[in-house]
Design a binder for this molecule. Sequence first.
Ligand code: UD1
Ligand code: BG6
Ligand code: NA
Length: 361
Amino acid sequence: MKGGYDHFMQKEIHEQPESLLQTMRGRVQFQRPAVGNPYLTPRVKLGGLVEHGATVRRCRRIMLVACGTSFHACLAARKTLEEMCEVPVMLELASDFLDRRCPIFRDDTCVFLSQSGETADTLRSLEYAKAHGALCLGITNTVGSAISRMTHCGVHLNAGYEIGVASTKAYTSQILAVTMMALQLAEDSISKRDRRDSIIDELGQLPGKVRSTLMLDGAMKELAEELRNAHSLLFFGRGYNYATALEAALKAGYWGLHGACGAGLRPRCSLPTIKEVALIHSEGILAGEMKHGPLALVDEHLPIVVIATRDGMYKKMESVIQQLLARNAQLYIVCNENDEGMKQYESRGCKLIQASGKSLS
Ligand code: UD1
Ligand code: BG6
Ligand code: NA
């Protein structure tokens, strides 16, 4: 069942090249336009959105509602959705959405993300939004689940069963599904065409890039050994990678909580994402907020992972690194493969974790 892996979480992390491909299968057309043949333009077609797409495009705002890792996927994909649709996108943790009795209007679109399709707070948020007349979409990995059935329409992730308690492959498929939804909603926009085409091009390369990043497994095992005795661990990111910082911190802390609970999921240090460092208190921090509190915590004893990939936030993350180094922080920098700009920090004691591929700007 676990096909040579020690536990399902590890297996499912390694399934990502395939699960991402499955999320796109039959839905993404990658071809570049051939001269005189308009049918060959790159495009996305999610069957579940065809009927209600026009309503979504006209809505007052899009609200993404979820719990846990699914919420982090909303955070990661929000920028692309806003950019493509030019509609305000609000993010809601399902429990807080319900606690506040958040005002909902008939011209809102509410999107409920859930791997299982059964999470209680997300389901109750759906009932609430539906009762208030919003258009309700589901993005779930489970056909026939309560959220899939109760939403007006939606998208199945098709990522395959996720057995590990901590969500992994569903997370990347959720980000992908929201991105695909954004591309489809913007398909009539001429001004977005170049950007849309280039994102679709990148999607075609995604499974391969994930596959090469997963080859860092061995190096990550060493790193995890090094970090496993830390009392606390911080993850800094901004832009798209704020979500990465939160998700990495959640997994590091989560494992302390759930690792001992059995179910074949034992703490172990062998993952490509520093995810199984047992019993470590960890926080994901929006690097833009660094000066407003977190910097005071920093000293030479606190290991910090800084995500500084080549995207629109690169320069700002470089300044974050410099400020952290001024406080003698122990830094682990996640950057693009062979990033010349980041190499200089190795001589200042930083460790580089080099991920494969180009970043979305
Ligand atoms: C569908 C079929 C797929 C088939 C394809 C061929 C299903 C489950 N999917 O995939 O087997 O190969 O057509 O064209 O039979 N939905 C919700 N809420 C959700 C998720 C989905 O209401 O949370 C609805 C959608 O709006 C849609 C239906 O469920 O009406 C199926 O969704 P999805 O599987 O994503 O659609 P296709 O990819 O078109
Ligand atoms: C639980 C899981 O807390 O529920 C998490 O352990 C998951 O991994 C969260 O992110 C939400 O679950 P779902 O199924 O709604 O995505
Ligand atoms: Na439905």
